[in-house]
Ligand binder design. Sequence first.
Ligand code: MSP
Length: 531
Amino acid sequence: MAQSSSFSVSTPIFYVNDAPHIGHAYTEVAADVLARWHRQAGDETFFLTGTDEHGQKILRTATANGVHPKEWADRLVESSWRPLLDTINISNDDFIRTTDDRHKVGVETFLQRLHDDGHVYAGEFEALYCVGCEEFKPKSEIVDGEGAFEGQKVCAIHSKPLELLQEKNYFFKMSAFQDRLLALYEERPDFVQPASARNEVIAFVQQGLEDLSISRTSFDWGIPIPWDSAHVTYVWFDALLNYITARGYGQNPTDPTAELKHWPAVQIVGKDILRFHAVIWPAMLMAAGLEVPSNVFAHGWLLVGGEKMSKSKLTGIAPNEITDTFGADAFRYYFMRAVSFGHDGSFSWEDLAARYQAELANGFGNLASRLLAMNVKYFDGVVPAAGAEEPADAVIRELAAKAAADADAHIEAFAIHEALASIWELVDALNGYITEQQPWVLAKDETQRERLGTVLYTVSEGLRVLAELLHPVIPESTGKLWAALGAEESLGALAAQSIREAGTWGRLPAGATQHPLPVLFPRIETEGDGK
Ligand code: MSP
């Protein structure tokens, strides 16, 4: 069993050109589940998220809307991006904006260091740029346009025409880090995960790394280059640094790392931005003599009609379209359970509604409400004492320990969907146990009173284990269940329960008073109900 230690995690920072869709929310929920799990394990945890506000993409959107880019960013952050965190119940410890002073100071310090240490030079450059990606595209991602864009070169991700840019730029000597990067992937096979992402990154770096253009002169929405204010910092170079500026880098000008905390961190990113995080970012850190991330984990895309969901392709679904009907817990559960973390997953309303009904409402919610109703009926709402253990009870006790240990191991390996699958074995087993033990039959026979107590204790304690293990994923409903089980008074706050001890049997004390439980996952009326 893993010992408590520390856990630091970051999401990418989100472009504020538009409001969030469920693809963005997916990244947030995954990082949040990991952070909540580790916090509940007693690990010293730090969870950072934020917004990416410079660059041409934001500038163009703001200009098209007739406002200054900072005003546009303020508007989007306050109206959309911060509220998203409440909508899906994100427990971040900090929120960085790249327009924050603390970030600007850190970026300037970092750039100046690289410049002073000879990692930067001035040069001329001509290449095809995708404003959607904010990237000079490598040949492998340039394709021929179709339809309206026939005859033009377009970005393989955005399907929009690329722009030929020719500028005097500053360059980061990234090519010098090729061998050190390859050695890193070799020495730390789990640095880039999953394995498919690692292979892709290695193949990319083996092809040969070019130097990276890190400044732009054709517009001014960015952080000025400290030694040449005619240039602003390339938006990705600026954005990647959020991971350390928010953690205190550069706040002390004479000793930039004096205030740096919670670094290195785990980086959860979508596969579209893997190369920035697994190639450019570690090279930047190596140049500055800083530690590289602990891991870079690339998750897949949420697909609609087989394509990456995106606002620009008009397939974006706003997170509250789902949470308004199903609630934040169902949103969190669904995406963590239905999509293998690290692979693409197709979103469909039918699948969401089916899993909500079968797994959350019927599987978990009903289990809890049935148990509490039986405890009220047969034991006046007090947790009964368990008598002699029979083989069927031992199966549940052992499965609880196994589910807890397996789930923890899966979370360590970033396999969130597997963790949920392990926990759900206990949900299913408890439902089967009630059906087999038939407490309503035992209740009719006074000589079976002790057996009835054992059965209901076993289910109560199984639910106690489930509340603890599911709290990182469905915090609201497990909170309600915890209170109803009488665990709040007897064991203390749910978030304070050590998740790595969750499988230790017998913690819910007999005699605890249980409370009414509101319906955790109410029936959703669909049009097909004819009501
Ligand atoms: N601003 C950059 C990241 C800079 S980090 C130093 C960026 N922003 S983004 O808003 O476009 O995307 C943020 C995250 O959302 C990425 O991890 C991206 O993969 C994720 N997603 C955007 N659309 C998605 C789906 N359709 N499905 C899953 N995740 C998706 O990139």
